[in-house]
Design a binder for this molecule. Structure first.
Ligand code: HEM
Length: 432
């Protein structure tokens, strides 16, 4: 059997609803009876399939068999895709000697590999016939399901210089991010020539994808900085709104409809035609000061966000999806939602209607040198104009009540070309 056929034969058929499994095992414990895992899983899958897609609509099901096509989608995956549970983001630096042809070869190689990986297949041979050959796939995802993997590839502003003959192909809006309010950047976590975002419902599948792309790019690119994300901090249609590490629901008000994607995310009228159908990716590694946050009063935590903690309702309403009313006041005439709260500053109502697609993950790097929890938010946003992010971040960075508890330590921006047709690679038209 070939590696590919073998992997396909071993495809995992697990469909697991976390809530149902939890509910099922708790009931089983109470009743003293065994609940068959397969039965619970199947029931979860059926329920998910039937539940359709209202925003935040009560299901939390993962079907590890699911895979997404890489080619012919117009846009790259991992942007409008229903957020998967895990992510690995890696920023790469080009080797000093790498030239234009190397860059093209790299993008072609990465695209071909992305297409194979998204099908849950190895990118090469895990166990070569000849003992003296190294494996060409590292093997840790061998036999695992596709797990909804998406591979998203980005190009840094540094590529658009004379070195690659691309200076004339830079879209006017695409430059390095300027210094922003709230920056506390570590130079080791700043920028990059290329980016790979791999998202999947299995962390091993994400890691395998990025690791193998790094291996395929050896001698052309080197890994620069990376973040491993978990607990998706944004939701898609039909998904429960997840929580960030501050314990608040994150992603309640986010870009969701095709009309909002068309208006705020997909580039459609660029001065550089190769970017149409693409978008711009902003990545911020935001550390949270969790020990300090954990001793803050609940009243203050809610004031900081302008939302309640358990329900996630705006302080002017009762339910999570109530529209915030920024002019509502309490009996003393004070606004129910503080204008300097996170949502008070970030909401479209207070920013000339601007929206960005947030697609963040929680991260942890364990403990820092002082034994403090080293964790936070891998903030990733997509927007058709980087200035929309810049404007929001400058407002938040200067005024947000949340700033006492967070530090923006990593930052980068990348152009995300449109998704390729079969037989083509990401960014190909940039070189023609
Ligand atoms: C650690 C950092 C951050 C945390 C913990 C955080 C958390 C949250 C939470 C809990 C909400 C309310 C629920 C929701 O509507 O999704 C929210 C909303 C939002 N956040 Fe953040 N956020 C962070 C950073 C940022 C950054 C850097 C930006 C952009 C520059 C941003 C932009 C927004 C926007 C646009 C909204 C929606 C506001 C609305 O329309 O009501 N956030 N965030």
């Amino acid at each position: 059997m070939t590696d590919d056929a073998d992997a396909a034969a071993q495809t995992d058929t697990t469909a697991v609803s976390r809530r149902r499994m939890l509910g099922g095992s708790m009931l089983a414990g109470l009743a003293g009876t065994a609940v068959g895992a397969a039965g619970g899983g199947f029931a979860g899958y059926a329920a998910a399939t039937a539940s359709g897609g209202s925003a935040g609509g009560g299901d939390d099901t993962v079907d590890l068999r699911r895979s997404y096509p890489f080619y012919g989608q117009g846009h790259q995956g991992g942007i409008a895709t229903l957020p998967q549970r895990y992510a690995v983001f890696m920023s790469f630096s080009l080797a000093a000697g790498a030239g234009r042809a190397d860059l093209q070869a790299l993008l072609a190689r990465w695209s071909a590999a992305g297409a194979v990986l998204q099908q849950g297949k190895p990118v090469g041979t895990v166990q070569p016939q000849v003992d003296v050959q190294p494996p060409t796939d590292t093997g840790e995802a061998y036999g695992l399901s596709p797990a909804s993997l998406t591979v998203t590839i980005g190009l840094g502003p540094s590529l658009f210089g004379d070195r690659f003959g691309l200076a004339a192909r830079r879209p006017a809006v695409f430059t390095e991010l300027p210094p922003l309010d709230g920056d506390n950047l570590d130079p080791r976590l700043h920028g990059g020539d290329l980016s790979v975002q791999a998202c999947a419902d299995d962390p091993q599948v994400c890691y395998h994808a990025v690791r193998n792309l790094a291996r395929l790019g050896r001698n052309i690119v080197f890994p620069f900085w990376a973040v491993l994300g978990f607990g998706r901090a944004s939701a898609g249609p039909g998904q429960l709104t997840p929580r960030n590490l501050l314990g608040f629901k994150d992603g309640t008000r986010n870009i969701a409809s095709d009309a909002e994607y068309a208006r705020f995310v997909w580039v459609d009228n660029s001065d550089q035609a190769w970017m149409n159908g693409g978008t711009y990716q902003v990545v911020r590694k935001i550390r949270m000061l969790l020990e300090t946050w954990d001793v803050d009063r609940i009243g203050n935590q809610q004031k900081i966000f302008g939302r309640t903690k358990t329900e996630g309702a705006p302080l002017s309403g009762k339910a999570e999806f109530d529209t915030p009313n920024f002019s509502a006041k309490d009996a003393d005439g004070n606004p129910l939602i503080d204008p300097l709260s996170h949502v008070g500053l970030a909401a479209r109502e207070n920013n000339d209607g601007i929206m960005i697609r947030r697609r963040s993950y929680n991260y942890t790097d364990g403990l820092d040198a002082n034994g403090q929890l080293n964790a936070g938010l891998l903030f990733i946003s997509y927007q058709k104009d980087p200035n929309d992010f810049i404007r929001l971040q400058n407002r938040l960075g200067a005024h947000d009540l949340l700033n006492e508890y967070i530090r923006h330590i990593g930052s980068a921006i990348f152009a995300i070309p449109p998704g390729p047709q079969e037989g083509h690679f990401i960014g190909q038209s940039l070189f023609s």
